[in-house]
Write a protein that binds this ligand. Structure first.
Ligand SMILES: C[S@@+](CC[C@H](N)C(=O)[O-])C[C@H]1O[C@@H](n2cnc3c(N)ncnc32)[C@H](O)[C@@H]1O
Length: 353
């Protein structure tokens, strides 16, 4: 299970009277929790805070701090800084674990604690309630992947471990690794004369679908979710760097009422990451997938899920009844006290009639 540094209170400049002028402090309130937000990191870690000037990313100051096992939150105070140093321009604040220099997603390897980058803020304007994650994908340093999420508790507008695992997995598959899913591998590695047609259901912040467009060329991804995800997905789309001839866009889609023009669209791949947690919505999700593959019987459905409770067994029963045949692989994630956790990846195809 991965842990995420979160802003309970996004960073702002606080000023205090000093002599005839003022001195300035960056203040914030952070916590370190899992994706569900129901478990706090129960390990001591040394944190490093960095104040950078935006957009040049010039480092202005750094400070070390300690997160202690048993903590639920940690107030941040950096300073004092003079009026001249702070100026009127924009700043960003980063909180990371000291011994993790970068957040790298590679085969069976993710950071235990994901760093938090704030949105820009200035003396006259606080940072919005957003946090940016910056990952390097694969073994080379070259692919940097940035994704925004909200700091609040919305299910749609924040990142889930299964999305990180999906990126690790898709990166391996697109680089030709044998993951025991030949249909998926062929789809993602064979030369194409026309764009690969992909839809993502319940995209949340858009990390998985957008991530795919940064890994392969000639690929069109339609990211879908309820309307509340639209704004954060658009923010992530606006800063994405797709490969040549690849593109992603967003459209609302409720699994209970998939629009007929989407159901009739020819598809190669359907992506689903961490959408099976609610047993009440599983029938609609499976029926939506079933409806999509009616037009595209050869489509591959890639489902990433974290087993959380027994009720998820219903999802597998519904998939079997709908005629989907699975192949399974696991992606390992780190967790505290050097144990390990895994996300299950299922590649489904419809049984031939
Ligand atoms: C746990 S989040 C996963 C988000 C993202 N796929 C990820 O892995 O980070 C589940 C997503 O499913 C979406 N969702 C839930 N019910 C839905 C429905 N009936 N139709 C469309 N999307 C739905 C939520 O809005 C949310 O974005």
């Amino acid at each position: 299970m991965v842990y995420y540094i979160r802003f309970l209170k996004p960073p702002t400049w606080d000023k205090k009277k000093k002599g005839r002028g003022y001195e300035y402090y960056i203040t914030s309130l952070i916590t370190i929790t899992n994706d569900l937000g129901n478990e706090f990191l129960a390990e001591d870690v040394e944190l490093c805070y960095t104040w950078v000037r935006h957009p040049q990313l010039q480092i202005k100051a750094q400070k070390l701090d300690d997160w202690e096992a048993g903590s639920r939150q940690l107030p941040v105070i950096m300073g004092p800084f003079t009026t001249n140093m702070v100026g009127t321009g924009e700043s960003c604040f980063k909180a990371q674990v000291l011994r993790i220099s970068e957040d790298r997603l590679k085969t069976n390897g993710a950071p235990l604690v994901v760093a938090a980058f704030s949105a820009p803020f200035s003396v006259s304007k606080g940072a919005p309630a957003l946090v940016e994650r910056q990952f390097y994908v694969g073994d080379e340093r070259s692919t940097r992947f940035k994704v925004w999420e909200e700091t609040g508790n919305s299910i749609a507008r924040h990142l889930w471990d299964a999305a990180l695992a999906s990126i690790m997995f898709l990166n391996d598959v697109t680089k030709g690794a044998d993951v025991g899913m030949p249909a998926l591998t062929q789809l993602l590695t064979s030369p194409r004369s026309s764009p690969l047609q992909v839809i993502e259901l319940g995209t949340g912040c858009g990390m998985v679908g957008i991530g795919l467009t940064t890994m392969i060329e000639n690929c069109e991804v339609l990211l879908t979710d309820m309307p509340e995800a639209a704004e954060i997905v658009q923010r992530n789309l606006d800063q994405s760097k797709p490969k040549e001839n690849s593109v992603a866009k967003f459209q609302t889609l409720d699994w209970a009422e998939p629009p007929s023009e989407l159901c009739d669209k020819s598809l190669d791949l359907i992506l689903v990451s961490d959408c099976t947690y609610n047993s009440d919505s599983q029938p609609a999700l499976v029926s939506c997938m079933e409806r999509l593959v009616r037009t595209s019987p050869d489509a591959v459905v890639l489902v990433a899920l974290k087993r959380r409770h027994e009720s998820e067994a219903v999802f597998f029963e519904l998939m079997t009844t709908a005629g989907f045949v699975p192949q399974q692989a696991n992606v390992k994630l780190p967790t505290q006290h050097d144990e390990s956790d895994e996300i299950q990846m299922y590649s489904y195809q419809r049984r031939a009639e």
